[in-house]
Design a protein around this ligand. Sequence first.
Ligand code: ASP
Ligand code: MG
Length: 471
Amino acid sequence: MAVMKFGGTSVGNARAMQQAIDLVVREQQNGTPLVVLSACSGITNKLVRLADAAGCSDIDEALLLAGEVRDHHVSLIEELITDQAAKPQLAAKVDGYVSKLEMLARGVDIVGELTERSKDMFCSFGELLSTTVFSAALIEQGHQAEWVDVRRVMITDDNFGAARPITPVCEANTAAIIRPLLESGTIVVTQGYIGATESGRTTTLGRGGSDLTAALFGAWLGSNAIQIWTDVDGVMTCDPRLVPEARSIRIMTFSEAAELAYLGAKVLHPDTIAPAVEKNIPVWVLNTWHPDAKGTLITDDPERLVGMSYGGLVKSIAVKKGQCIINIRSNRMLGRYGFMTELFGAFSRHGVSIEMISSSEVSVSVTVDDKSFSEELLQELKALGQVDIEHAVATVSVVGDNLRMSKGVAGRIFSSLRNVNLRMISQGSSEINVGFVVQEQDVNDAVNTLHHEFFSGEETAGIFEKPAGIP
Ligand code: ASP
Ligand code: MG
């Protein structure tokens, strides 16, 4: 049995939801699937805004947003459900959730404080609503299906906003609640992203957490596949908005996928990888709108990987814009110890995460997200040495599991970029990525050049595919 996870855009409107329903029904030939849904696209963001508005006593704004959440789902019902008699009952369910949401907003407004705990409560409504409408439509169309409140199954710690499951409890719950339904041929529709503590407080796994939910359930059920349905043709060789020639990658390893996720490819939640890796369950990233396109298979299964590495070069190019280079130069580093501890301590005290690092005997360059950079951090760094800052740069990372085994890749990368001004270079210690930094204005040029260098050759045929939407 498969776990099918549909992202926000795959359930965002009636047409998408119907398409997802059709895919679920089709999957039944291979066994009854567990369906994990995200909130409709844009709804979680709206709920975050709603929570913030309530937290700063802008109750009018909060209620306005709650109204928009209601309207979205009511019109979804209007379009998707055909039985006129069933509509009011379902709309009443939506109303029930939205009334709770409004109550929560008023409560937070009165207390005048928005905690992580209440924020999770706000955010949970998106998935509760999308799954409610989806399962109703599935049942109306004659399929045996059941809506399950995932908070009965996904029991987590109380780290609100980034909760993690208590595995033995979740496994037992999955076996007791979900497995019997699936075994009796009942499609189970449940929420991604949310969970609850043992005492019943709603939690979330963190933004984008539905993928993790799907992977966890895949592991707990011993599924034969986890399908992540989204609105792109799997994992791409590069962001197609940057590189029109971007291809979809047929197959990649778990470490490549994880590396890419950390490097800014917005395809998978990085932690998604772990539960699937442990059980060696293949993860497919598929396009809801091109269900017959091959999508991307993420696996470490050597049998499936055979013949798919074409001598093993670059799999993908990840880009992160909006970065900043911080250069720290100090003679105190020369032959001394402890300098790095002081340096990293400063970043850690300011809660700034370092992305790329490159160092010499007397200087260290790091990149950080431009938004996380602050004057206070700068002052502290200045106490350590001479500091230069370069804003508006982008990191570009070239990823491939076999990079470490192949000769001449770095040479190919950098000679193809001979006309680009490289601001910094770093080879990841994982050896599966080579990264560099360019000014934002040069990104387009750099990635298109690189893409052409690595993905236009004959040897790449069969491993990378044109997205199905492009003739
Ligand atoms: N709805 C949540 C979010 O937007 C979780 C998800 O879609 O994975 O972050
Ligand atoms: Mg998502």
